[in-house]
Design a protein around this ligand. Structure first.
Ligand code: DOR
Length: 435
Protein backbone atom coordinates (compact mmCIF):
# COMPACT_ATOMS: atom_id res chain seq x y z
CA UNK A 1 0.00 0.00 0.00
CA UNK A 2 1.08 3.50 -0.69
CA UNK A 3 1.82 5.69 2.27
CA UNK A 4 0.67 9.19 1.52
CA UNK A 5 -0.11 12.58 2.91
CA UNK A 6 -3.72 11.51 3.46
CA UNK A 7 -2.87 9.39 6.49
CA UNK A 8 -3.83 10.82 9.81
CA UNK A 9 -6.41 11.04 12.47
CA UNK A 10 -10.14 11.23 11.82
CA UNK A 11 -13.36 11.60 13.66
CA UNK A 12 -16.48 10.57 11.79
CA UNK A 13 -19.41 12.26 13.47
CA UNK A 14 -23.00 10.99 13.68
CA UNK A 15 -22.82 8.20 11.12
CA UNK A 16 -24.89 5.04 11.32
CA UNK A 17 -22.20 2.68 12.57
CA UNK A 18 -22.80 -0.88 11.45
CA UNK A 19 -20.32 -3.29 13.02
CA UNK A 20 -21.55 -6.87 12.57
CA UNK A 21 -18.55 -8.24 14.51
CA UNK A 22 -20.37 -7.09 17.65
CA UNK A 23 -23.94 -6.67 16.38
CA UNK A 24 -23.60 -2.91 16.67
CA UNK A 25 -26.06 -0.75 14.72
CA UNK A 26 -26.35 2.75 16.14
CA UNK A 27 -25.67 6.37 15.32
CA UNK A 28 -22.25 7.11 16.81
CA UNK A 29 -18.87 8.74 16.28
CA UNK A 30 -15.80 6.80 15.16
CA UNK A 31 -12.37 8.03 16.18
CA UNK A 32 -9.30 6.93 14.22
CA UNK A 33 -5.83 7.54 15.61
CA UNK A 34 -2.49 6.21 14.43
CA UNK A 35 -4.04 3.96 11.82
CA UNK A 36 -6.30 2.20 14.30
CA UNK A 37 -9.86 2.46 15.56
CA UNK A 38 -9.47 4.36 18.83
CA UNK A 39 -13.08 4.53 19.97
CA UNK A 40 -16.66 4.17 18.78
CA UNK A 41 -19.31 5.92 20.81
CA UNK A 42 -22.07 8.50 20.61
CA UNK A 43 -21.08 12.11 21.32
CA UNK A 44 -17.34 11.47 21.73
CA UNK A 45 -15.67 14.28 23.66
CA UNK A 46 -12.13 14.57 22.34
CA UNK A 47 -10.54 17.26 24.42
CA UNK A 48 -8.55 20.05 22.82
CA UNK A 49 -5.30 18.09 22.24
CA UNK A 50 -6.88 15.42 20.09
CA UNK A 51 -9.41 17.80 18.48
CA UNK A 52 -6.55 19.86 17.13
CA UNK A 53 -5.01 16.95 15.25
CA UNK A 54 -8.05 15.07 13.91
CA UNK A 55 -9.90 15.73 10.70
CA UNK A 56 -13.61 15.90 11.52
CA UNK A 57 -16.01 14.45 8.96
CA UNK A 58 -19.75 14.86 9.22
CA UNK A 59 -21.13 11.41 8.46
CA UNK A 60 -24.78 12.04 9.20
CA UNK A 61 -26.99 10.02 6.89
CA UNK A 62 -24.02 7.81 5.96
CA UNK A 63 -23.11 4.29 7.01
CA UNK A 64 -19.73 3.63 8.61
CA UNK A 65 -18.81 -0.02 8.30
CA UNK A 66 -15.74 -2.23 8.68
CA UNK A 67 -13.68 -2.10 5.47
CA UNK A 68 -15.36 -4.43 3.00
CA UNK A 69 -13.52 -7.60 2.03
CA UNK A 70 -14.06 -9.35 -1.29
CA UNK A 71 -12.83 -12.90 -0.85
CA UNK A 72 -13.09 -13.90 -4.53
CA UNK A 73 -11.24 -11.71 -7.03
CA UNK A 74 -9.09 -12.36 -10.09
CA UNK A 75 -6.32 -9.76 -10.26
CA UNK A 76 -4.70 -11.41 -13.33
CA UNK A 77 -1.15 -10.48 -12.32
CA UNK A 78 1.25 -12.10 -13.04
CA UNK A 79 0.68 -12.92 -16.68
CA UNK A 80 -2.45 -11.19 -17.97
CA UNK A 81 -1.71 -7.58 -17.12
CA UNK A 82 -3.62 -6.41 -20.18
CA UNK A 83 -6.83 -7.51 -18.37
CA UNK A 84 -6.00 -6.27 -14.87
CA UNK A 85 -3.05 -5.63 -12.63
CA UNK A 86 -2.67 -5.61 -8.90
CA UNK A 87 -2.58 -1.81 -9.18
CA UNK A 88 -5.73 -1.45 -11.33
CA UNK A 89 -7.66 -4.23 -9.55
CA UNK A 90 -7.02 -2.81 -6.09
CA UNK A 91 -7.85 0.72 -7.35
CA UNK A 92 -11.18 -0.72 -8.52
CA UNK A 93 -11.55 -2.43 -5.15
CA UNK A 94 -11.19 0.71 -3.03
CA UNK A 95 -13.52 2.63 -5.37
CA UNK A 96 -16.06 -0.14 -4.76
CA UNK A 97 -15.58 0.16 -0.98
CA UNK A 98 -13.23 -2.77 -0.46
CA UNK A 99 -10.23 -2.54 1.83
CA UNK A 100 -9.12 -6.09 1.16
CA UNK A 101 -9.38 -8.67 -1.61
CA UNK A 102 -8.45 -12.33 -1.79
CA UNK A 103 -6.96 -13.06 -5.22
CA UNK A 104 -7.33 -16.34 -7.02
CA UNK A 105 -4.31 -18.35 -8.21
CA UNK A 106 -5.25 -18.90 -11.87
CA UNK A 107 -2.60 -16.46 -13.04
CA UNK A 108 0.30 -17.16 -15.42
CA UNK A 109 2.31 -18.61 -13.86
CA UNK A 110 -0.13 -20.12 -11.40
CA UNK A 111 0.28 -19.11 -7.77
CA UNK A 112 1.38 -22.57 -6.64
CA UNK A 113 4.72 -21.74 -5.02
CA UNK A 114 6.11 -19.32 -2.47
CA UNK A 115 7.88 -17.18 -5.09
CA UNK A 116 4.58 -16.26 -6.78
CA UNK A 117 2.79 -15.61 -3.50
CA UNK A 118 5.67 -13.36 -2.45
CA UNK A 119 5.63 -11.62 -5.82
CA UNK A 120 1.90 -10.82 -5.44
CA UNK A 121 2.43 -9.48 -1.92
CA UNK A 122 5.41 -7.37 -3.02
CA UNK A 123 3.47 -5.87 -5.92
CA UNK A 124 0.53 -5.20 -3.60
CA UNK A 125 2.81 -3.51 -1.11
CA UNK A 126 4.24 -1.08 -3.65
CA UNK A 127 1.44 -0.72 -6.21
CA UNK A 128 -1.74 -1.76 -4.41
CA UNK A 129 -4.42 0.49 -2.96
CA UNK A 130 -5.82 -2.10 -0.53
CA UNK A 131 -4.81 -5.26 1.29
CA UNK A 132 -4.30 -8.31 -0.86
CA UNK A 133 -4.70 -11.85 0.49
CA UNK A 134 -3.30 -14.42 -1.94
CA UNK A 135 -5.14 -17.67 -2.44
CA UNK A 136 -2.70 -20.34 -3.60
CA UNK A 137 -3.43 -23.37 -5.75
CA UNK A 138 -4.69 -26.68 -4.39
CA UNK A 139 -2.76 -28.57 -7.05
CA UNK A 140 0.45 -27.77 -8.90
CA UNK A 141 -0.26 -25.67 -11.98
CA UNK A 142 -3.99 -26.26 -11.30
CA UNK A 143 -3.56 -29.60 -13.04
CA UNK A 144 -5.35 -31.65 -10.42
CA UNK A 145 -2.55 -34.24 -10.16
CA UNK A 146 -0.22 -33.27 -7.31
CA UNK A 147 -0.76 -31.11 -4.26
CA UNK A 148 1.11 -27.83 -4.05
CA UNK A 149 3.44 -27.23 -1.05
CA UNK A 150 0.99 -25.78 1.46
CA UNK A 151 3.55 -25.15 4.20
CA UNK A 152 5.74 -22.89 2.11
CA UNK A 153 2.67 -21.18 0.63
CA UNK A 154 1.29 -20.47 4.08
CA UNK A 155 4.67 -19.14 5.25
CA UNK A 156 4.80 -16.89 2.19
CA UNK A 157 1.41 -15.40 3.08
CA UNK A 158 -1.30 -17.47 1.37
CA UNK A 159 -4.58 -17.48 3.32
CA UNK A 160 -6.34 -20.32 1.49
CA UNK A 161 -5.96 -22.81 -1.33
CA UNK A 162 -8.21 -23.21 -4.38
CA UNK A 163 -8.05 -24.42 -7.97
CA UNK A 164 -10.74 -21.84 -8.77
CA UNK A 165 -11.61 -21.72 -12.43
CA UNK A 166 -11.25 -25.48 -12.48
CA UNK A 167 -12.73 -28.22 -10.32
CA UNK A 168 -10.60 -30.80 -8.52
CA UNK A 169 -12.03 -33.80 -10.32
CA UNK A 170 -10.02 -36.42 -8.46
CA UNK A 171 -11.81 -37.13 -5.18
CA UNK A 172 -8.69 -38.59 -3.56
CA UNK A 173 -6.70 -35.44 -4.33
CA UNK A 174 -9.48 -33.34 -2.79
CA UNK A 175 -9.45 -35.59 0.27
CA UNK A 176 -5.70 -35.14 0.62
CA UNK A 177 -6.03 -31.38 0.13
CA UNK A 178 -8.57 -31.15 2.94
CA UNK A 179 -6.26 -33.22 5.17
CA UNK A 180 -3.00 -31.50 4.26
CA UNK A 181 -4.49 -27.99 4.52
CA UNK A 182 -5.42 -28.64 8.16
CA UNK A 183 -1.76 -28.99 9.09
CA UNK A 184 -1.33 -25.32 8.16
CA UNK A 185 -4.83 -24.17 9.11
CA UNK A 186 -5.55 -23.24 5.49
CA UNK A 187 -9.06 -22.90 4.12
CA UNK A 188 -9.89 -25.01 1.06
CA UNK A 189 -12.07 -23.10 -1.44
CA UNK A 190 -13.94 -25.35 -3.84
CA UNK A 191 -14.87 -24.52 -7.43
CA UNK A 192 -17.70 -27.02 -7.59
CA UNK A 193 -18.25 -28.36 -11.07
CA UNK A 194 -18.37 -31.86 -12.50
CA UNK A 195 -16.88 -31.43 -15.98
CA UNK A 196 -18.43 -34.67 -17.20
CA UNK A 197 -21.81 -32.96 -16.72
CA UNK A 198 -20.86 -29.39 -17.62
CA UNK A 199 -18.45 -30.17 -20.47
CA UNK A 200 -19.19 -28.19 -23.61
CA UNK A 201 -21.95 -26.30 -21.82
CA UNK A 202 -22.31 -22.59 -22.50
CA UNK A 203 -25.18 -21.51 -20.25
CA UNK A 204 -27.73 -22.76 -17.74
CA UNK A 205 -29.55 -25.88 -18.93
CA UNK A 206 -33.25 -25.18 -19.21
CA UNK A 207 -35.97 -23.81 -21.39
CA UNK A 208 -33.87 -20.85 -22.58
CA UNK A 209 -30.87 -22.97 -23.59
CA UNK A 210 -33.20 -25.30 -25.49
CA UNK A 211 -34.82 -22.39 -27.31
CA UNK A 212 -31.46 -20.81 -28.19
CA UNK A 213 -29.89 -24.10 -29.19
CA UNK A 214 -26.95 -23.58 -26.82
CA UNK A 215 -25.59 -26.55 -24.89
CA UNK A 216 -26.68 -26.30 -21.24
CA UNK A 217 -24.96 -26.82 -17.90
CA UNK A 218 -27.38 -28.54 -15.50
CA UNK A 219 -27.66 -27.50 -11.86
CA UNK A 220 -26.51 -31.01 -11.01
CA UNK A 221 -23.03 -30.25 -12.44
CA UNK A 222 -22.50 -27.99 -9.43
CA UNK A 223 -24.50 -29.96 -6.89
CA UNK A 224 -22.80 -33.32 -7.50
CA UNK A 225 -19.43 -31.77 -6.63
CA UNK A 226 -20.74 -29.92 -3.60
CA UNK A 227 -22.25 -33.16 -2.30
CA UNK A 228 -18.90 -34.92 -2.79
CA UNK A 229 -16.90 -32.20 -1.09
CA UNK A 230 -19.30 -31.99 1.85
CA UNK A 231 -18.79 -35.72 2.39
CA UNK A 232 -15.03 -35.28 2.14
CA UNK A 233 -15.13 -32.38 4.61
CA UNK A 234 -17.03 -34.65 6.98
CA UNK A 235 -14.53 -37.45 6.47
CA UNK A 236 -11.46 -35.28 6.99
CA UNK A 237 -12.62 -32.50 9.31
CA UNK A 238 -11.09 -29.99 6.89
CA UNK A 239 -12.23 -26.39 6.56
CA UNK A 240 -14.21 -26.19 3.32
CA UNK A 241 -15.60 -23.06 1.65
CA UNK A 242 -17.84 -23.39 -1.41
CA UNK A 243 -17.25 -20.65 -3.99
CA UNK A 244 -19.83 -18.99 -6.24
CA UNK A 245 -22.97 -20.94 -5.32
CA UNK A 246 -25.53 -20.61 -8.12
CA UNK A 247 -28.30 -23.19 -7.67
CA UNK A 248 -31.24 -23.91 -5.37
CA UNK A 249 -30.04 -27.49 -4.84
CA UNK A 250 -26.58 -26.28 -3.75
CA UNK A 251 -28.16 -24.05 -1.12
CA UNK A 252 -30.17 -27.02 0.12
CA UNK A 253 -27.10 -29.28 0.35
CA UNK A 254 -25.09 -26.67 2.26
CA UNK A 255 -28.00 -25.93 4.58
CA UNK A 256 -28.32 -29.63 5.45
CA UNK A 257 -24.55 -29.96 5.97
CA UNK A 258 -24.50 -27.00 8.35
CA UNK A 259 -27.44 -28.50 10.24
CA UNK A 260 -25.31 -31.66 10.65
CA UNK A 261 -22.61 -29.49 12.23
CA UNK A 262 -20.06 -29.50 9.42
CA UNK A 263 -17.49 -26.72 9.37
CA UNK A 264 -18.46 -25.55 5.91
CA UNK A 265 -19.00 -22.01 4.65
CA UNK A 266 -20.23 -20.70 1.33
CA UNK A 267 -20.45 -17.65 -0.86
CA UNK A 268 -22.50 -16.42 -3.76
CA UNK A 269 -21.96 -13.50 -6.13
CA UNK A 270 -24.28 -10.60 -6.97
CA UNK A 271 -24.97 -11.90 -10.49
CA UNK A 272 -26.45 -15.09 -9.01
CA UNK A 273 -29.16 -13.17 -7.18
CA UNK A 274 -29.66 -10.48 -9.82
CA UNK A 275 -29.50 -11.97 -13.33
CA UNK A 276 -31.52 -14.77 -14.97
CA UNK A 277 -30.61 -16.89 -17.98
CA UNK A 278 -33.28 -15.38 -20.24
CA UNK A 279 -30.93 -12.37 -20.59
CA UNK A 280 -28.82 -14.58 -22.85
CA UNK A 281 -31.58 -14.50 -25.49
CA UNK A 282 -29.67 -11.72 -27.28
CA UNK A 283 -26.47 -13.85 -27.24
CA UNK A 284 -24.53 -11.07 -25.48
CA UNK A 285 -21.35 -12.70 -24.11
CA UNK A 286 -21.24 -10.19 -21.24
CA UNK A 287 -23.68 -12.63 -19.55
CA UNK A 288 -21.37 -15.63 -19.97
CA UNK A 289 -19.94 -16.78 -16.67
CA UNK A 290 -19.08 -20.03 -14.94
CA UNK A 291 -21.12 -21.22 -13.12
CA UNK A 292 -23.80 -19.77 -15.39
CA UNK A 293 -26.54 -17.36 -14.39
CA UNK A 294 -29.57 -19.50 -13.60
CA UNK A 295 -33.36 -19.31 -13.27
CA UNK A 296 -35.66 -17.18 -11.12
CA UNK A 297 -36.28 -20.24 -8.94
CA UNK A 298 -32.57 -20.45 -8.20
CA UNK A 299 -32.43 -16.72 -7.46
CA UNK A 300 -35.23 -17.11 -4.91
CA UNK A 301 -33.34 -19.95 -3.21
CA UNK A 302 -30.06 -17.98 -3.19
CA UNK A 303 -31.84 -15.07 -1.51
CA UNK A 304 -33.37 -17.44 1.04
CA UNK A 305 -29.92 -18.93 1.66
CA UNK A 306 -28.46 -15.48 2.21
CA UNK A 307 -31.27 -14.51 4.55
CA UNK A 308 -31.06 -17.63 6.74
CA UNK A 309 -27.25 -17.67 6.89
CA UNK A 310 -26.67 -20.75 4.71
CA UNK A 311 -24.65 -18.47 2.44
CA UNK A 312 -22.16 -16.61 4.63
CA UNK A 313 -20.49 -14.35 2.13
CA UNK A 314 -21.18 -12.27 -0.95
CA UNK A 315 -18.05 -12.04 -3.12
CA UNK A 316 -17.84 -10.55 -6.59
CA UNK A 317 -15.86 -13.23 -8.48
CA UNK A 318 -14.42 -10.20 -10.29
CA UNK A 319 -13.15 -11.84 -13.51
CA UNK A 320 -11.75 -9.26 -15.93
CA UNK A 321 -11.36 -10.12 -19.61
CA UNK A 322 -10.36 -7.95 -22.54
CA UNK A 323 -12.39 -7.50 -25.73
CA UNK A 324 -10.09 -10.03 -27.36
CA UNK A 325 -11.51 -12.86 -25.24
CA UNK A 326 -14.93 -11.45 -24.52
CA UNK A 327 -16.33 -9.69 -27.60
CA UNK A 328 -16.74 -12.87 -29.61
CA UNK A 329 -19.62 -15.13 -30.59
CA UNK A 330 -21.22 -16.48 -27.42
CA UNK A 331 -19.70 -19.92 -27.97
CA UNK A 332 -16.13 -18.64 -28.10
CA UNK A 333 -16.26 -15.89 -25.46
CA UNK A 334 -14.47 -16.29 -22.13
CA UNK A 335 -16.40 -16.87 -18.91
CA UNK A 336 -16.45 -14.08 -16.34
CA UNK A 337 -17.71 -10.65 -15.33
CA UNK A 338 -16.11 -7.81 -13.42
CA UNK A 339 -17.76 -6.96 -10.12
CA UNK A 340 -15.64 -4.91 -7.74
CA UNK A 341 -17.30 -1.62 -8.66
CA UNK A 342 -20.88 -2.90 -8.86
CA UNK A 343 -21.14 -5.32 -5.91
CA UNK A 344 -22.08 -2.91 -3.18
CA UNK A 345 -25.08 -1.26 -4.90
CA UNK A 346 -26.42 -4.68 -5.93
CA UNK A 347 -26.18 -5.91 -2.34
CA UNK A 348 -27.94 -2.76 -1.18
CA UNK A 349 -30.80 -3.75 -3.49
CA UNK A 350 -31.24 -6.84 -1.30
CA UNK A 351 -31.46 -4.60 1.76
CA UNK A 352 -34.15 -2.44 0.17
CA UNK A 353 -36.04 -5.59 -0.89
CA UNK A 354 -36.03 -6.70 2.75
CA UNK A 355 -33.99 -9.86 2.04
CA UNK A 356 -31.14 -8.77 4.33
CA UNK A 357 -30.91 -6.28 7.16
CA UNK A 358 -28.16 -3.68 6.77
CA UNK A 359 -26.14 -5.49 9.45
CA UNK A 360 -26.52 -8.86 7.69
CA UNK A 361 -25.51 -7.36 4.34
CA UNK A 362 -22.39 -5.77 5.81
CA UNK A 363 -21.52 -9.00 7.70
CA UNK A 364 -21.46 -10.89 4.40
CA UNK A 365 -18.95 -8.39 3.03
CA UNK A 366 -16.73 -7.81 6.06
CA UNK A 367 -16.81 -9.77 9.31
CA UNK A 368 -17.82 -13.09 7.73
CA UNK A 369 -15.10 -13.20 5.05
CA UNK A 370 -12.57 -12.02 7.66
CA UNK A 371 -13.43 -14.79 10.09
CA UNK A 372 -13.57 -17.44 7.35
CA UNK A 373 -10.12 -16.39 6.08
CA UNK A 374 -8.90 -15.93 9.69
CA UNK A 375 -7.60 -12.44 9.00
CA UNK A 376 -7.70 -9.72 11.69
CA UNK A 377 -10.02 -7.32 9.85
CA UNK A 378 -13.74 -6.87 9.31
CA UNK A 379 -14.36 -5.16 12.64
CA UNK A 380 -14.60 -1.67 14.13
CA UNK A 381 -13.49 -2.78 17.59
CA UNK A 382 -11.11 -0.44 19.40
CA UNK A 383 -7.53 -1.33 18.55
CA UNK A 384 -8.35 -2.89 15.18
CA UNK A 385 -6.65 -1.53 12.05
CA UNK A 386 -8.66 1.44 10.77
CA UNK A 387 -10.02 -0.23 7.65
CA UNK A 388 -13.27 1.65 7.20
CA UNK A 389 -15.79 2.11 4.41
CA UNK A 390 -18.13 5.09 4.43
CA UNK A 391 -21.25 4.43 2.39
CA UNK A 392 -23.85 6.84 1.13
CA UNK A 393 -26.84 4.47 1.04
CA UNK A 394 -29.14 6.87 -0.77
CA UNK A 395 -27.17 8.45 -3.62
CA UNK A 396 -28.79 7.63 -6.96
CA UNK A 397 -26.77 7.22 -10.14
CA UNK A 398 -26.33 4.97 -13.13
CA UNK A 399 -23.58 2.32 -13.19
CA UNK A 400 -21.15 3.38 -15.89
CA UNK A 401 -18.38 1.02 -16.83
CA UNK A 402 -16.46 3.89 -18.45
CA UNK A 403 -15.92 5.37 -15.01
CA UNK A 404 -14.59 2.15 -13.50
CA UNK A 405 -10.96 1.82 -12.40
CA UNK A 406 -10.76 -1.76 -13.61
CA UNK A 407 -8.84 -2.25 -16.85
CA UNK A 408 -11.62 -4.43 -18.22
CA UNK A 409 -15.14 -3.56 -19.29
CA UNK A 410 -16.99 -6.88 -19.10
CA UNK A 411 -19.71 -5.70 -16.75
CA UNK A 412 -23.32 -6.81 -17.32
CA UNK A 413 -24.63 -4.02 -15.08
CA UNK A 414 -23.51 -1.11 -17.26
CA UNK A 415 -26.43 1.33 -17.53
CA UNK A 416 -28.30 -0.05 -14.51
CA UNK A 417 -29.83 2.55 -12.19
CA UNK A 418 -28.19 2.16 -8.79
CA UNK A 419 -28.63 3.51 -5.30
CA UNK A 420 -25.84 3.63 -2.72
CA UNK A 421 -22.07 3.47 -3.01
CA UNK A 422 -18.84 3.88 -1.11
CA UNK A 423 -17.82 7.51 -0.76
CA UNK A 424 -14.67 7.01 1.28
CA UNK A 425 -12.42 4.02 1.85
CA UNK A 426 -9.79 4.04 4.57
CA UNK A 427 -7.08 1.38 4.68
CA UNK A 428 -5.05 1.32 7.89
CA UNK A 429 -6.18 4.87 8.62
CA UNK A 430 -5.11 6.18 5.21
CA UNK A 431 -7.53 7.49 2.60
CA UNK A 432 -7.34 5.00 -0.26
CA UNK A 433 -10.40 6.35 -2.03
CA UNK A 434 -12.53 9.41 -1.59
CA UNK A 435 -15.13 10.93 -3.83
O1 DOR B 1 -16.58 -17.14 -15.02
C1 DOR B 1 -15.53 -17.44 -14.46
N1 DOR B 1 -14.38 -16.80 -14.69
N2 DOR B 1 -15.54 -18.47 -13.60
C2 DOR B 1 -14.42 -18.97 -13.06
O2 DOR B 1 -14.50 -19.88 -12.29
C3 DOR B 1 -13.10 -18.40 -13.43
C4 DOR B 1 -13.23 -17.01 -13.88
C5 DOR B 1 -12.00 -16.48 -14.58
O3 DOR B 1 -10.89 -16.69 -14.10
O4 DOR B 1 -12.16 -15.80 -15.60
Amino acid sequence: MKSDENSGAFIFRNGRVLDPSREFDRVADVLVLDGRIAEVNAGLDLGSDISARVRAIDASGKWIVPGLIDMHVHLREPGEEYKETIASGTAAAVAGGFTGVACMPNTHPVNDCAAITQFILERAKYHGSCRVFPVAAISRNLEGNNLAEYGELRDAGAVAVSDDGRPVTNALLMRRALEYAQTFDLLVIAHSEDPSLSGGGLMNEGEVSTRLGLRGIPNAAEEVMIARDLLLAELTGGRLHIAHVSTAGSVELIRAAKARGLSVTAETAPHYFTLTDDLISGFDPVYKVNPPIRSSRDIAAIKQGLADGTLDVIASDHAPHSVVEKDLEFEFAANGMIGLESSLPLILELVREGVLSPLQAIAKMSSNPASILKIPFGTLRSGAPADITVIDPDVEYVLDVNRFRSKSRNCPFHGRPARGRAIMTLVGGEVAFSE
